[in-house]
Design a protein around this ligand. Structure first.
Ligand SMILES: CC(C)(COP(=O)(O)OP(=O)(O)OC[C@H]1O[C@@H](n2cnc3c(N)ncnc32)[C@H](O)[C@@H]1OP(=O)(O)O)[C@@H](O)C(=O)NCCC(=O)NCCS
Length: 169
């Protein structure tokens, strides 16, 4: 299936809300999280995957803080990623994750954190072992990190998520 990935526009906002709600079986926490991140200015990158002019997938990246030894440094949270139930397991999620990570690398972002299924996210380089270097309110067996670029230069330390994440705690 061919999809085109692009940054969200204001015209996508309602479709993104519906898409996130549908992907999470009618639950609105993730859709509300995206809206809250957008409102608070913490949404770093929001991409939609479009097929036949319709958004069929969405991914959000937001700014979090790593309290590194030398002081606070910006990191990135990946959440949520959603693919319309009728289009899942066709590669859309993978395309969105890879496109997002490429854009973050181009912006010299260094560390991305995600909570999810380790079998799925390990495909993109995330690991639970790396996640252990970033203690946070989301730490646990599904908490993973990916260091982009030189691991020696990446900040390490406890992580503070944007306040909007209290919606999904
Ligand atoms: C998770 C999700 C984004 C993946 O996107 P996708 O387009 O369906 O997945 P892809 O086509 O890129 O990858 C498909 C593979 O991922 C696996 N997969 C899909 N969802 C998975 C999940 N929640 N956990 C583990 N593996 C999953 C499939 O089994 C498939 O494996 P295969 O390649 O070995 O056959 C999508 O299924 C979705 O929106 N799910 C509901 C919302 C959700 O759980 N989001 C993630 C949490 S933030």
């Amino acid at each position: 299936m061919t999809v085109f990935v692009r940054a969200e526009t204001p015209d996508d906002i309602e479709a993104i809300y519906r898409l996130n709600t549908a992907a999470f079986d009618g639950r609105t926490e993730e859709a509300d999280l995206v809206d809250a991140l957008r409102s608070s200015g913490d949404l770093l990158l929001s991409l939609v995957a479009v097929r036949d002019a319709e958004p069929v997938g969405h991914i959000a990246f937001s700014r979090l803080i790593v309290d590194a030894a030398d002081g606070p440094v910006g990191g990135v949270a990946l959440a949520p990623v959603s693919v319309h139930p009728g289009c899942q397991s066709e590669g859309v999620g993978s395309v969105l994750i890879r496109a997002g990570l490429e854009k973050l690398a181009a912006r010299s972002e260094q560390v991305v954190l995600v909570v999810g299924n380790p079998t799925y996210y390990s495909r993109f380089g995330f690991s639970t072992a790396a996640g252990k270097r970033y203690p946070s309110s989301h730490s646990g067996p599904h908490f993973m990190a990916l260091v982009i670029g030189d691991p020696a230069g990446a900040p390490i330390g406890p992580v503070r998520y944007p306040e909007a994440f209290e919606l999904v705690n």
